[in-house]
Design a protein around this ligand. Structure first.
Ligand code: ADP
Length: 251
């Protein structure tokens, strides 16, 4: 379980991006975080794996105080949490399989990482992840030869190879066309349902958020203004999240 207790986050320049956040997310939930650009969605999800430090309150994952983790403990903790970005973050000039194998690099002795030497077991695990994402046939293709949707699937396969408990996704479909975006959302749903992995998505596309997530967290100016079932989100709730700027936000 992920638990925020009275969490605030102030950036070094003094800007308070999160204000007194209280939130509990159980294992296996599918949560969409929605809100206007600049509301604090990305900051919120990036505190969970300590990409950003909180500055007030307590944040725990399965009872572990995230802010107390250091060094090896922090690295081990981060392996439990996969991260997916809008820009896929692949090494585009190399093959798909090599991209997935990078999931193992943090655990390797430095010389194996340096030489790019992977065991048979690691290679099999990487191929299995690609198979789960339905792109095994692309294993030996260069990543930059793939479409955006296929590249996001490779990123998901790389994340699955690290056997995560939680996947954080920061605008994962924002740069995809509407049909491909749905296919990638289907992948997130399948991962969530078949593997009981918690999925937390920062997404500005409200329709997709309501269709795929079971729970919606609405953020406005760093505060949670809605937290509840996606099925109960109505126009009044959307207005409270977007302050009547919904058209502008989803344009
Ligand atoms: P969202 O994901 O909802 O678009 P962000 O979490 O990226 O919002 O940003 C929330 C607010 O924090 C914005 O006003 C943004 O300008 C500010 N912010 C983000 N990163 C930094 C930073 N490194 N330093 C100062 N302010 C930041």
């Amino acid at each position: 379980m992920i638990e925020f207790q009275n969490v605030s986050k102030r950036y070094p320049n003094g800007f308070e991006a999160l204000k007194n956040i209280n939130l509990k997310i159980e294992q296996g939930e599918f949560v969409a975080v929605i809100g206007l650009s600049g509301a604090g969605k990305s900051t919120l999800i990036r505190t969970i794996n300590r990409m950003h430090d909180i500055t007030e309150g307590t944040l725990t994952v399965d009872g572990t105080n995230v802010m107390e983790l250091q060094g090896k403990q922090l690295r081990t903790f981060r392996r439990k949490i996969g991260m997916i970005f809008q820009s896929f973050n692949l090494i585009t000039r190399t093959t798909v399989i090599k991209n997935v194998l990078t999931a193992f690099v943090p655990e390797l002795p430095w010389w194996r990482a340096l030489l790019g030497i992977f065991t048979k077991e690691e290679k099999i695990a990487a191929l299995e992840s690609l198979d789960k994402m339905g792109i095994l046939d692309k294993a030996f293709v260069r990543a930059d030869q793939l479409s955006g949707g296929q590249q996001q699937r490779v990123a998901l396969a790389r994340t699955l190879a690290q056997n995560p408990q939680i996947i954080l996704a920061d605008e994962p479909v924002a740069s995809l066309d509407p049909i491909t975006a749905r296919q990638v959302m289907d992948d997130f749903l399948r991962i969530n349902q078949d593997m009981n992995i918690t999925v937390i998505i920062n997404i500005h596309h409200v329709e997709l958020a309501l269709q795929y997530a079971t729970r919606v967290v609405g953020i406005r100016e760093g505060k949670i203004v809605y937290d509840g079932p996606a099925s109960q989100v109505d126009q009044d709730i959307l207005d409270s999240i977007y302050q009547g700027q919904k058209e502008e936000a989803s344009a």
